[in-house]
Design a protein around this ligand. Structure first.
Ligand code: NDP
Length: 476
């Protein structure tokens, strides 16, 4: 039966967006000396706030504040004391969870269901998890007295703004480093709310500094002589620039870059569950996910049946207001990203793949893209090789497990993969051969602070999360 859902919008009243925001340096909000920029709501293109832009002098001030805090307060502080601050931050994130979820959905365009049930709970979980490590570093396998690196310069993207902040800041602080973090230009608001949380938690000034701005501010930060560590999540192109820039310096680097994950469906997989996994793999967060299951590899004998079920399921996806609790797919984060998704989808058609989207009415204002699937895709097509970073799935088929492995690994990336089969032995056989940092079995896009995450090849190097994530912030 087809029935209509009444709108169920989450209230915006829980957030208080100020007309303008400054930089957060040495525990204070201060003006930036670059040209301020606007953060907009991608679901309706309305301006949310004016944001300060950090220039070279501002970045320098932030790095110096972080250095002083490292030398005088945070570095010498015993781990058990640092832990208290991290636990406090985790609890405040939980207390302010609803506000943070709404703010995140407004600023990036992701459905409230995801920011409320995935992003924000994982942010709190990361701070709790690394708080637990702060006084146990000597038992982590890094020697009896592992030392922090010093000041970390961290640059994060717009797809999971608060969660990427937590992945960066929680382990850095647990290990005794101080940080200067640059959020993405289009999504600075939750990082600035986090700055308020640092104040609320009485975190000593200078331990966390937030410098807003665009790519130039990021470049100034990672190129600053006063930092000891660069942590970056974003595109492979910028990752390569950063790797070139730090080559020959003593800075330690972790890079978490793009992906083009294969989600492999064998003929013995439970197909309805696999369909849910495929939908979650590519349409979660509008497909703005580095580990998205953007290449579907289906065993030929079940391809027809699976595609029929997938299309039926896709027709039920609700695209629209990110703050509506019924929404499955929200807005595309920016006009530039929408342009990229449109361009690559057009190339997909030109190269001969079959394009399909369910009937779906998109809002007039804002940036939107209907869930899309391409069949008859060849490995040479750009939509099978390049990261689209949108709700677009490319479907390829295979006949044997060996062919599945070969096609799955036929990519410059190596961040994640999925395997769907009833046989445990086949899962292990595949996991051993897939060149991907994470292999999900009969599930997809599952995250936990205790699990390391990171890539092979052009997906970057270093691991975030778990015990491995500590290593990136220790002098080992
Ligand atoms: P970028 O790599 O440009 O952005 C990531 C972060 O790096 C942002 O904070 C950005 O600032 C900053 N930055 C940009 N240039 C530099 C630089 N030279 N030095 C230091 N920092 C810099 O990604 P985009 O936002 O341009 O997205 C482009 C594509 O990248 C997407 O379509 C997607 O394919 C991929 N991507 C992958 C992500 C992942 O998680 N692996 C995340 C985001 C994008 P600002 O945003 O302010 O310009």
């Amino acid at each position: 039966m087809d029935f209509q859902y009444a709108p169920a919008p989450e209230s915006r009243d829980v957030v208080d967006i100020r007309p303008s925001y400054g930089l957060f340096i040495d525990g204070e909000f201060t003006d930036g000396h670059g040209e301020p920029f606007k953060s907009i709501d991608p679901s309706n293109e309305e301006t949310l706030a004016e944001i300060a832009c950090a220039d070279a002098a501002d970045v320098d001030r932030a790095v110096k504040a972080a250095r002083t805090a490292y030398d005088k307060v945070w570095g010498p502080m015993p781990g058990r004391e640092r832990a208290k601050y991290l636990y406090r931050i985790a609890r405040i994130v939980q207390e302010r969870a609803r506000e943070l979820a709404v703010l995140e959905s407004i600023d990036i365009g992701k459905p409230i269901r995801e920011s409320r049930d995935v992003d924000v709970p994982l942010v709190a979980a990361h701070f709790f998890y690394y708080a637990g490590w702060a006084d146990k570093l000597a038992y982590g396998g890094f020697g009896s007295d592992p030392r922090p690196l010093g000041v970390a310069g961290q640059v994060i993207p717009w797809n999971f703004p608060l969660l990427m902040l937590a992945w960066k800041i929680a382990p850095a602080l647990a290990c005794g480093n101080t940080v200067v973090l640059k959020p993405a230009e289009t999504t600075p608001l939750t990082a600035l709310a986090f700055a308020e949380i640092c104040r609320q938690a009485d975190l000593p000034p200078g331990v966390v500094n937030i410098v807003t701005g665009a790519g130039d501010t990021g470049r100034l930060l990672v190129g600053h002589d006063g930092i000891d560590k660069v942590a970056f999540t974003g595109s492979t192109d910028v990752g390569k620039q950063i790797a070139r820039g730090v080559a020959g310096t003593s800075k330690k680097v972790t890079l978490e870059l793009g992906g083009k994950a294969a989600n492999v469906i064998f003929d013995d997989a439970p197909l309805d569950q696999a369909v849910e996994g495929i939908v979650n793999g590519i349409f979660f967060n509008q497909g703005h996910v580095c580990c998205a299951g953007s290449r579907l590899l289906v065993q030929e004998s079940v391809a027809e049946e699976l595609m029929a079920r997938l299309k039926t399921r896709m027709a039920t996806l609700r695209v629209g207001d990110p703050l509506d609790k019924n929404t499955d797919i929200g807005a595309i984060n920016s006009a530039e990203q929408l342009q990229k998704i449109r361009m690559l989808s057009e190339v997909g058609e030109q190269e001969g793949a079959q394009r399909w989207s369910p009937p779906c009415e998109l809002p007039q204002r804002g940036f939107w893209f209907a869930p899309t699937v391409f069949t008859s895709v060849a490995q040479s097509h750009r939509i099978a090789r390049e990261e689209i970073f949108g709700p677009v799935l490319s479907v390829l088929t295979f006949r044997t497990p060996a062919e599945a492995v070969e096609k799955a690994n036929n990519t410059p990336y190596g961040l994640s993969a999925g395997v769907w089969t009833e046989k445990g032995s086949r899962i292990l056989w595949m996991a051993e051969r897939l060149r991907a940092g994470v292999v999900w079995a009969n599930t997809f896009n599952k995250f936990d602070p205790a699990s390391p995450f990171g890539g092979y090849k052009e997906s970057g190097y270093g691991r975030e999360g778990g015990r491995h994530g500590l290593e990136a912030y220790l002098d080992v």
